[in-house]
Design a binder for this molecule. Structure first.
Ligand SMILES: C[S@@+](CC[C@H](N)C(=O)[O-])C[C@H]1O[C@@H](n2cnc3c(N)ncnc32)[C@H](O)[C@@H]1O
Length: 288
């Protein structure tokens, strides 16, 4: 990943704002410092939606929807529904008119509002192409409002401190006019479930005949901690969350076991464990 070139791109974007925006939007009387309206090239829109593996069951929300192209493409090409939120009323009018002309107005709409004050909890896919500080100011809102497993796609700017599921870098000539460099990045994140600090787990006898206490510490998608197995503390290794799906490794009695399970309603369900010739299931409930 080329941080230096990304930073250059940001400077060029900021310069575009100072000069009146790439599309002359300085005349807009936006009540907040919304930054410039800079459309994602259509090829980036298509790539973002493909990376999210979007389909008719998805509800897409684009934060700062500009001319509506992300939500319109999601509806027209991929059959999804959703909405865009945009502070600049002229762009919202243009987007709703485009939805009508493209025959998708029954599935998508665009609203004039501050994205920070918009309820985003319905999203299964959330997209954004916003300035880096705006992206980072959104982190708490994303974690609080979005359901575990919701996909977040950010064009060019990462959520600092979050580990992406995937990121794609490409060079696009179209970006020179926008950000001064060809570098284009798409980050895909998945909202993690919230893991409780302690569980009591029932595991296959090969791992432990007694209930195992799991003390866990979560940092976004990473999980660390200790398991109390047979009177000994064992490190929880390589703990990761992919939406609701938790996976980790435990070394017990000289054998390494791979665990996975679904974090749901104060429990871990549908657990599978494999290792040392054993395959079995496990569950965990909140520790008392
Ligand atoms: C870089 S453009 C991206 C447009 C579109 N998402 C795309 O990718 O083509 C960012 C848009 O976000 C809007 N925006 C920025 N801050 C906003 C806020 N707080 N509330 C609503 N819209 C905002 C801007 O007005 C601008 O149109």
């Amino acid at each position: 990943m080329s941080i230096g070139r990304s930073a250059l791109g940001f400077l060029a974007l900021a310069a575009a704002l100072a000069a009146g925006g790439a599309h002359g939007q300085a005349k807009d009387k936006a009540p907040i410092d919304a930054g410039p309206y800079v459309p994602s090239p259509q090829s980036v829109v298509a790539d973002m939606l493909k990376i999210a593996d979007i389909g008719p069951k998805d509800f897409v929300i684009d934060l700062g929807s500009g001319d509506g192209r992300i939500v319109l493409t999601a509806a027209k090409v991929f059959g999804a529904s959703g909405f865009g939120v945009e502070i600049k009323d002229n762009l919202v009018k243009e987007s709703n008119e485009a939805a009508r002309l493209q025959g998708v107005a029954d599935r998508v709409k665009f609203i004039t509002a501050d994205l920070f004050k918009t309820d985003i909890s319905r999203a299964t896919v959330l997209t954004m192409y916003l300035l880096p500080n705006t992206v980072n100011m959104l982190k708490d809102k994303l974690l609080t409002e979005l359901r575990p497993g919701t996909k977040i796609l950010s064009h060019d700017y990462p959520l600092s401190g979050w580990i992406p599921e995937r990121y794609v870098q490409m060079d696009l000539e179209d970006k020179i006019a926008i950000s001064g460099v060809t570098t284009t990045l798409i980050y895909l994140y998945m909202v993690p479930a919230k893991v409780a600090p302690a569980y009591t787990a029932a595991m296959p006898a090969a791992v432990s005949r007694e209930p195992v206490r799991l003390n866990l510490r979560q940092q976004l998608t990473r999980v660390s901690g200790m398991a109390r197995v047979g009177g000994r503390d064992v490190s929880v290794e390589d703990g990761k969350l992919r939406g609701e799906r938790l996976s980790f490794r435990l070394g017990v009695g000289g054998r390494s076991y791979e665990f996975s399970g679904t974090v749901k309603d104060n429990a871990i369900v549908d657990g599978t464990v494999a290792g040392g010739g054993t395959k079995g299931s496990w569950t965990a409930a909140l520790a008392k």
